[in-house]
Design a protein around this ligand. Structure first.
Ligand code: BG6
Length: 299
């Protein structure tokens, strides 16, 4: 569908506007009484969320490519049906394949309370079957208001159980200086530290940053608070349908090694990801659905 078609069918006067964005890709601009937001159909990717009067909540790389087949760096990548490397085939893309594909618009709605709701979807087709031979549908429900709520609903449309599914809402947050933030909420939780060959450790106190951090926190449904003394705000990350949380900052060397990541970009971001990872993978029986939800707000 062209941008004109999308506006005719799904546009809402001054609140939901479709435009050609970077790389000529279709994006949705949302503006309501609470906030502005931007969503690319590539990846079903929320690339901006900004409550009025606040600094941007989501961090975006300013050197990433916007092209079908390549993931967007920043915002909220949608990761499915595996998290991290494919469990036994290194030729398959890291973090699944849906973040690099074009999603379709199912619905847009101006809610009576002033929030805006967008529903996107992605179903299996010949190209997904070539990577992962299963029948599925994904729906992404994004509600923009005083909070940003994103729900990924995965449904097994085939006739065999899907086992070992992984997923993430891989959110990149803007921070003033990562070396000065503290993430609260995970004290006492065990985690697997990827940068230390997945050794299992227990979190002591708040999480702080002075080198690369890449951790899967286990058995947690906790709310995380990102305390940011530079931007003088706290971001609150809550979730449903997830019992693992990933915290990631690439620090200096890894930032330099990533082509789509600015060398000094690591200091202005942190990822707190609502995941189904490690011991938190899930199964879907035929016809069964699962909902993974992340809710973000600024205090
Ligand atoms: C995190 C992983 O979720 O994503 C990290 O824990 C990884 O190991 C990071 O480096 C970014 O992954 P990608 O594929 O977007 O570069």
């Amino acid at each position: 569908m062209t941008v004109d078609d999308l506006n005719q069918r799904f546009g809402i006067f001054e609140q939901v506007v479709f435009q050609a964005g970077q790389g000529g890709l279709s994006k949705i601009n949302i503006n309501n009484q609470f906030a502005t937001a931007e969503i690319y159909l590539l990846g079903g990717h929320v690339t901006a969320y900004q409550p009025h009067g606040q600094a941007p909540v989501l961090w975006m790389s300013d050197i990433c490519q916007f092209q079908v087949g390549t993931p967007i760096r920043g915002g909220i990548p949608v990761i499915w049906p595996w998290f991290g490397p494919h469990p036994h085939d290194d030729d398959k893309p890291q973090h699944g394949f849906v973040r690099s594909m074009l999603w379709q618009v199912d619905n847009t709605e101006a809610l009576a309370d002033g929030q805006t709701c967008i529903a996107l979807s992605l179903n299996d087709d010949v190209s997904t079957q070539a990577i992962w031979p299963h029948t599925f549908s994904l729906t992404l429900q994004i509600t923009v208001g005083e909070t940003l709520q994103v729900s990924l609903i995965s449904t097994n449309r085939g006739d065999e159980t899907l086992d070992g599914l992984g997923a993430a809402l891989h959110t990149y947050f803007t921070v003033g200086d990562v070396a000065q933030i503290a993430i609260e909420g995970l004290t006492g939780r065990d985690y697997l530290s990827k940068v230390e060959s997945y050794v299992r450790k227990t979190q002591q106190g708040a999480i702080t940053f002075g080198s690369e951090v890449d951790r899967i926190y286990l058995d947690t449904t906790d709310v995380c608070l990102i305390r940011d003394p530079v931007l003088q705000r706290t971001m609150r990350v809550s979730k449903e349908g997830s019992q693992s949380t990933v915290v990631w900052n690439p620090w200096i060397d890894k930032a330099q090694a990533m082509a789509d990541f600015p060398d000094d970009g690591y200091s202005g971001m942190v990822c707190v990801e609502t995941t189904r990872a490690a011991n938190d993978l899930y199964s879907l029986a035929p016809g069964q659905s699962h909902t993974l939800t992340q809710i973000v707000s600024v205090e």
